[in-house]
Design a protein around this ligand. Sequence first.
Ligand code: NAD
Length: 419
Amino acid sequence: MATVEWRSPASEMAVKQLEVAAERLNLDSNVAVRLRRPDRSLIVSVPTRMDDGRVHVFTGYRVQHNDVLGPFKGGIRYHPDVNLGEVSALAMWMTWKCSLVGLPLGGAKGGVACDPMQLSRAELQAMTRRYTAEILNFIGPEVDVPAPDMGTNEQVMAWVMDTYSQHKGHAVPEIVTGKPLDIGGTLGRREATGRGLTYIIIEAAGHLGMDLSRATAAVQGFGNVGSVAAKELADLGVKVIGVSDQSGGFYDEAGLPVHRMLEYAAKNRDLSGCPYGHPVSNEDLLTLKCDILVPAALGMQITGRNAGKLRCRVLAEGANGPTTLDADEILREKEIFVIPDVLANAGGVIVSYFEWVQDLQNFFWTEAEVNKRLRDILSRAFQEVLKVSLKEKVDMRLAALMIGVSRVARAMLWRGLYA
Ligand code: NAD
């Protein structure tokens, strides 16, 4: 992504991470040069009839980074800041994530630049269906399988599935994951990312000798990932002292009533006006003294500006790309144990993979089977990353990227260059 088309702060960060891993791995330069940029990128116009009768044209994207290991896989994001560079970075991280945890899938990402909170249900549905129609020939169950990401949910996935199926003339549940159970979704997908994050935190606590029943946590973002992570951590006995969403944050040294806050957020769409704890800004939430800090909202939240003020022992990255390169350096000096996004939030794509497998086989698993397989994969991945980190004397992010990148590179070398 060195070329101008994909350039953005996020894509520059993703490419730099790749370069550091490539150098450390002594990667074949012909492979490295190819991995810097995505296989394909699509920009589409998404004309949408708004409730007032006007047509608004949104901009949508689908970027496919690398499919050497299998079909492309990656979420669809609805957020005002979505742009080609950000989507490209997210697609690249998906490649490393799938490879790291051993899934036979490649990396992709999509999105529409919009504010879903400002759209009515009818507008959201119309925009989603037209976006799906615009990328229809670019995706497919054996080609590229979308999933939810920030700003999208199981309802949006149901509309994607229905639009694709209407065009094909029959139901194609395996076109998308994160669907409702009633139309071929899997048990455990909604909770998968936050639950997986908790499994990984359990592994980290084991390594660090941290007693989770006496630990404290703060979580930024109270959506799919953040709210489930907060709930799972609280269920483990961790005292959740801070949570936030885009409306602001709440803090209580004695521990917040996470279950009641979940009910409040479900009823009110977000946490604004929540009667629990004391208000805290998103900026201050990140610097609370706690054992475990979980950024689970936007990218680039921990930067050179605030990294020095972090007071956590473990940083578990629920969000994609929450930590900038300069912040990483500061965290290393401060000896904060960083569990990188490609490992910490991989639970989502793992259970998405399970959903795709179940749809292809028309045979569905129990939630206990889903969770057990998820935990097995994540525990193994954590231990592999830890082993490389200790052996190579590198941090967990570089260790995870080295594993992810080297598997993709090996597959590319076996398959050779088609010319
Ligand atoms: P979501 O839309 O369900 O929730 C996002 C949350 O972030 C909301 O609570 C929102 O209010 C909050 N938020 C937005 N801006 C904020 C700000 N400035 N400060 C604090 N909070 C803010 O999204 P999600 O699916 O939970 O995704 C969150 C992150 O996790 C994203 O980075 C996404 O890429 C990543 N992720 C998601 C999945 C998944 O399965 N959904 C999987 C892997 C990674």
